[in-house]
Design a protein around this ligand. Structure first.
Ligand code: NCD
Length: 291
């Protein structure tokens, strides 16, 4: 299969290559174009950033973009994921981006020859999000080894947490989790909020993903904010050069105080900007046969 499904199968060297190319695109040092190519974004779950960032990346690369509205498609007539993707391949697409609620959905797509870019599968992987997170950290610190990061919030339902933790560990970062015990799935050592705030170079907040919950969260959102939200008071206790990240969408007043979302330590909007360059890098490497 061609494309990008998970970072787990990529070497740290390859990951650095992607980040370097993304930085070259950002710095105007690469202006690769793929005229005549066509790609589609097949999102079976809601998305603002990932979907439109992929589309922006395609436009920047001179690729024609086809959107897809799952609820107005033949999915409602019983079309399977495989048949939807096979259709786009038959239409002559040079690649598709897929987001789907099922973990590892791409394992059903082994017969597809066209490149597939994973825009998020269930609670498992979100490789381009992990890459843009890494690019943002690398721009800040110039290295990964030894940096301490804590993911705070709804860990168990988060593909971002699971994908990021795996590659961050391999890059030599010290990774921790924090937040309500009901969301602690043991994927990394646990820190209390106070420990995380005092110790970490990167505080990565996660949205409470209510749409994935089987059971109602045990506390109210205002209790959540008080116990685990990043408030101004907590920001003031962070290390001098520490930064705040969040894959977004953010819920102001829940996991992050409104006034903190755009404070001097926040890199949340920079992450979104970097997402376009990372996706340009990934698409161009796959089309060039380097990924
Ligand atoms: C995340 C996702 O969908 O996994 N968002 C994103 O892609 N930037 C996180 C979320 O929805 O909370």
């Amino acid at each position: 299969m061609r494309g990008l499904f998970t970072l787990q199968t990529l070497s740290t060297q390859k990951i650095q290559e992607i980040i370097d190319l993304a930085l070259a695109f950002k710095g105007g040092k690469s202006s690769k174009k793929y005229p005549g190519k066509k790609m589609a974004t097949l999102f079976f779950e809601n998305s603002t950033r990932t979907q439109y960032s992929f589309q922006t990346a395609m436009i920047n690369l001179g690729i024609s973009v086809i959107g897809f509205n799952a609820s107005a498609s033949s999915v409602n007539k019983g079309e399977t994921l495989y048949d939807t993707v096979r259709t786009f391949e038959s239409l002559g697409m040079d690649g598709v981006v897929i987001r789907h609620s099922k973990d590892d959905y791409y394992k059903e797509l082994e017969n597809i020859k066209m490149p597939i870019f994973n825009g998020g599968d269930g609670a498992a992987n979100h490789p381009t999000q992990s890459l843009l997170d890494l690019m943002t950290i690398y721009e800040e610190y110039g290295h990964f080894a030894g940096l301490k990061v804590c993911m705070i919030g709804d860990i168990s339902h988060s593909r971002v947490a699971h994908g990021d933790l795996e590659i961050m560990k391999r890059l030599g970062m010290e990774v921790y989790i924090s937040g309500p015990s009901e969301f602690n799935d043991g994927c990394a050592p646990y820190l209390t909020m106070d420990e995380a705030i005092e110790k970490c170079d990167v505080i990565m907040l996660l949205r409470v993903q209510f749409e994935r919950h089987q059971e109602k969260m045990k506390m109210t959102v205002s209790e959540y904010h008080k116990l685990y939200g990043l408030t101004e008071e907590r920001v003031n206790k962070m290390k001098k050069n520490a930064i705040i990240m969040h894959p977004a969408p953010i819920n102001r007043g829940v996991e992050i105080a409104d006034s903190v979302a755009e404070c001097e330590k926040s890199r949340i909007y920079k992450q979104m900007t970097n997402g376009v360059f990372v996706r340009m890098a990934v698409i161009s490497m796959v089309l060039d046969g380097n990924l």
